[in-house]
Design a protein around this ligand. Structure first.
Ligand SMILES: Nc1nc2c(c(=O)[nH]1)N[C@H]1C(S)=C(S)[C@@H](COP(=O)(O)O)O[C@H]1N2
Ligand SMILES: [Mo]
Length: 304
């Protein structure tokens, strides 16, 4: 048999799988129903933040929690069962690099020092699938404040756990650990979020438990899962996907329908649970909140 061995980051064929075909209109309508109910559900210690209204139906939970990208567990979208083997308790996060006091903080201790809220965000994967989900968590800016960076820090770098339950780590070729990063200014933007929950429940392991970055104006690969280390640096970090394919997965990775990926258009996206494609928006629809971050950077490849 003739097999085309695509390199793993060449994801273009993967949009068309039987799973997608199974996601029908009925599912989409169920999602619409959820929109009407969800924002009014109050939960102890968590307030739903009305400033983040997604303007489209919330994705059905079963799609957001069973169709995932988590290369530590393999290249397939169907890793949710395997991810259950990750032990997320106890968990601690290391703050290092350009901080006043490098240290490791237990997750429970960290969570006592932040105010949790719920935000419904659009999510846009670089592969052109998208979803709309209610995260629970706290502002990224609060995490940065806790870490207490020095004035010389220019970047915030996030590192994902490397655990024995993660079979994908045995795959050669990938530059583990999974590293992502943003500038200090980006990290200070209100939209940046650290998720601890999804759909009002603790964050599922496949979605990045116990702590996951969420940057809704950027392609999904910037949103590192299972964070164990937050470092502050003066130099721009070599991030995971940029190291693998710099012309395809750049450092900035801001969503832009007008800038195609070298191998596919970014003009439209497919909502999980539906076969329909909808137009993609500049900065994933968050231009008003984040475009100002990039006003001085006209020569940079900000969008791929
Ligand atoms: N550690 C880690 N984080 C990751 C990834 C990954 O493979 N490993 N995939 C990224 C990509 S490409 C996307 S689109 C989102 C998917 O998040 P979800 O599975 O919760 O929808 O996680 C991002 N975070
Ligand atoms: Mo992605």
């Amino acid at each position: 048999m003739y097999i085309v061995r695509r390199r793993a980051w060449e994801l273009s064929e993967r949009f068309v799988t039987p799973e997608h075909l199974a996601m029908n209109r009925r599912a989409l309508l169920a999602g619409v129903g959820a929109t009407a109910i969800l924002p009014s559900v109050g939960r102890a210690d968590v307030t739903t933040n009305p400033a983040y209204t997604p303007g489209r139906a919330i994705t059905e939970e079963k799609y957001a929690t069973t169709y995932n990208n988590y290369y530590e567990f393999g290249e397939s979208k169907n890793i949710w069962r395997d991810a259950q083997n990750l032990k997320t308790q106890p968990w601690s996060i290391q703050f290092d690099g350009l901080v006043a006091r490098p240290r490791t903080i237990g997750l429970d201790d960290l969570l006592k020092q932040v105010q949790q809220e719920e935000r419904i965000y659009r999510h846009r994967c670089v592969e052109t699938w998208a979803m709309t989900v209610p995260w629970t968590g706290f502002p990224l800016s609060a995490l940065v404040k806790l870490a207490d960076p020095l004035a010389s820090a220019k970047y915030v770098v996030f590192q994902t756990a490397q655990d024995k339950s993660m079979d994908g780590l045995n795959a050669p070729f990938y530059p583990w650990p999974y590293i992502e990063g943003v500038t200090i200014q980006e990290a200070a933007n209100d939209l940046g979020f650290i998720a601890t929950g999804l759909y009002g429940k603790p964050l599922p392991k496949q979605n990045g438990a116990p702590l996951r970055l969420t940057l809704p104006w950027k392609y999904g690969f910037k949103s590192a899962k299972a964070i164990v280390k937050v470092s502050f640096t003066e130099k721009r970090p070599a991030t995971f996907w940029e190291s693998i394919g710099p012309s395809e997965y750049g450092f900035w990775a801001n969503v832009n329908p007008a800038v195609p990926h070298p191998r596919w258009s970014q003009a439209t996206e497919r909502l999980l649970g539906s076969d329909e494609r909808i137009p993609t928006q500049l900065f994933n629809g968050y231009a008003e909140q984040v475009a100002g971050l990039y006003s001085g950077q006209t020569n940079e490849k900000l969008f791929m």
